[in-house]
Structure formats: structure tokens, C-alpha cells
Design a protein around this ligand. Sequence first.
Ligand code: ADP
Length: 447
Amino acid sequence: MFDKILIANRGEIALRVIRACREMGIASVAVHSTADSDAMHVRMADESICIGPASSTDSYLNKAAIISACEITGAQAVHPGYGFLSENEAFAQALQDHGITFIGPSAEHIRVMGDKIMAKETAKELGIPVVPGSEGGVASYEDAIGVAEGIGFPIIIKATAGGGGRGMKVAKNAAELEVAFRTARSEAKNAFGNDEVYIEKYLQKPRHIEIQVFGDGKGNAVHLGERDCSLQRRHQKVFEEAPGPCITHELRAHIGNICAEAVAKINYIGAGTVEFLYEDGEFFFIEMNTRLQVEHPVTEAIFGVDLVREQIRVAAGLGMSFTQDDLVLNGHAIEVRINAEKLPNFSPCPGTVRTFHAPGGLGVRMDSAIYGGYTIPPYYDSLIGKLIVHGRDRPEALSRLRRALGELIIDGIDTTVPLFDALLAEPDVQNGEYNIHWLEKWLDAQL
Ligand code: ADP
């Protein structure tokens, strides 16, 4: 086992990893930008080291500075969290070249899954059902029309290098396609430095269902069921739950086994998420994320496992601590993402937190790096906390969430908490009857 791990991240996920390290008796090293000297992850880690100025390009994305930090502190492994360098093939490779363990999959798996066209082709070869669409990239409008007429409108144009819900354009007919194709390419070029796009059938009322997988890198893998992340704003998740309200035991076993077998076949190591759209009883692969997800705690709650601990174990060459048969689903969990944003426009509103009181009690988990007196810097993501509740069933989880939101106090800044109070009063949310468009429609109707 490692003696010391460096966490190449900030915020709640850095705390999440530090906590796992502490429970495992591993020393932790925090890295931070000059804007984060007062951050909780710096205070909580055993050691900390400044790696650059406020801008994340110069700090949290600065590979050379992070590798130097490992060498200076003697850290043997790096946990990348999510975002930043977590799905950066060059970073994983550079660490390996320096004899430092990357706590995540191989550079090769990151590369393949990071290219959405290659990911889809690989998924297909591994027996995973995919969304109907173009065979690879689409280079011209004429080709795009051909593909669209073949699969039928509406279609969605997506960037092969896309991520974070950006670079997607929907077209309902040929005229719209012409504009959408051109703008999608130029937006992709600007955002990702790669203008390659591909086309998929645009599903009208799907749910976003993702399967958590975990491999030991030696041909063994398990699945930990699904998460339903259909409540999204601008293709970004805001509310996640497990199990999915519409997924039966049979469906879970069916799609879960397909995913576990697929990742076992490629000797995948560590945590991964296979994302699907689910409509009329069918699953359609959209992408695979080769990292720990923001919403991993709902899976931890219902299976009673620590996914970060498991990531560290397999990275150290120890096997997984559970088999598929050990994984028994228990109850229902919900997570809400608390952002420092002002409603109704969700405009970022960093500032100073006057008072912070986290909810507690049975079945409540609050993962957050804020504290009373903390000033949220304007340079990074607006996620400031995740509230996760676990109950014996969905109604119990919902009432626990309502109760916990009532106890939560974050004074001094605007947050997305009022959104969740309002959502919990909605019959569709109470009944689990929503798809990926529900939240956008509901938000439009509020104005
Ligand atoms: P990103 O990597 O940018 O997050 P994804 O491919 O994971 O992009 O898609 C993000 C979201 O966009 C999905 O959860 C879904 O809401 C929507 N989406 C993606 N593909 C389709 C599709 N073919 N039809 C309908 N909605 C889609």
C-alpha cells in the first residue's frame, strides 16, 4: 500500500479523497493555487504545496508543477478527483514515466474513451448497445444529410472531443441541419481545438441512466447498478438518484452484466461509468467516463462501499474487496448538487460564506469544503457541496432530503438550495416521472 498520496484537485472531492486516505492510514498531500491558500482541503491534508497562480491552467491543470510536488513531498500516487486532469491521457502517461501511480485507468483507456467516436466504436465491439447514428465522423453537409435521412430527424450533432454538455446541436429538418452542422463544427473547434463532429438520433424523451463499473485491471470487473441523472439543466446534472425509479431488478442485472463483462474484457482498472439514454425499455450508450463521478455517493450509499478506498486498493495492486455477489442493493439514495449560483438564472455568485451549518442525523451525508468565514474564489466550478440522503425506500429518501434541506444553513451567498425545495413539491419528482427534458421545461414554466 502507498504511504503517501497527492490529491490533484480542490473542493469537496479533495476532502473526499483525504478522508479515504486517513481511514486507510495513508498520508495526504494537498496541492493548491494561490487563490486557495485558505481552502479546507489545504487545512485538512497532512501536507500542502502551492502549485501556481489562481488560473487553473497554471495550477490545477499544470502537470509539471504537480509532478514536481510529488517529487518534493515523496508522494507515490496521485488521485485526480473529477474534472481537471482526471481524464487527461498525457497526465496519466507523464506520471507513469516518472514512476508515480495514477489512481485511475490506463492512459490508453482514457484516450479511447475521451474520443467519443472511438468510445462508441469500442462500446459496440464490446457488445454494448449504442445510439443509432453516423459511422464515425461526418465531414461535410452532404454526408450529414445522408446520415440524417438514413436514421430520420430529429438528429443531434455532437463533438467527438466534447464534454460538459457543450458542443451539441439538435436539428429537426434539413434546413436546420445546415446551420447546426456549421455552428457545431466552429463551436467544437473553439471549445476543444478539434472540429470533428458526429451525428446521433435525437431521442425525444429518454432518461439518463448510467452504470457504475469497477475493474481490477486483471480481467475481473463488477457493476454497482445504475444512477438516474435525468434531472439536468443545459445537459448538466443537478439531482441524481439510485436505484433508477424505472429500472427493475432484471433490467439492472441485464445492462449491468453487459457493462461489467465489457470492461473486464479490456482489463479496465478502477472506477468507470458507462452512460446511457434509456427509452421504451431500451438502453443506448452515449459515452464512458473513466473517473470517479460527482454523483458516486448515491452508489456508495445503496451498496455500502467506499469507491475511493477501492480505487486506491486496485491502484496499489491489491484486488477489489468485493465480488459481484457481495454487492447487495439496499434502499434508495438521492444527491442534490449545491452550487453558488443565483436563481432563476443560475448566475455564478462567489462570495463570503457567513454561516455554514451542515444537516445531520440518520442517512444524511454532506460533502462540502466550505466553512463559516470562507470566501469562495471566482475562478473555479460553482459546485460548493453535495447533500446525499439514504433511506429504506424512495419515499423515505425524499422525506429525509426535505428534512435535511430544512436544516442546512448557508448564509452570505446565493445557492441552488431553493431549487430543490421547489422540486420536492412537484408530483412528477415525487413519483420519479421525469426525463432529460423535464427540468428545462419546468424552469421555463416558472418564469
Ligand atoms: P457530455 O460529454 O458533454 O456530457 P453526453 O454525450 O454525455 O455529453 O450527453 C450529455 C447529455 O446530453 C445527456 O445526458 C442527454 O441529456 C443529452 N443527449 C446526449 N445525446 C443525446 C441524444 N442522442 N438524444 C437526446 N439527448 C441527448
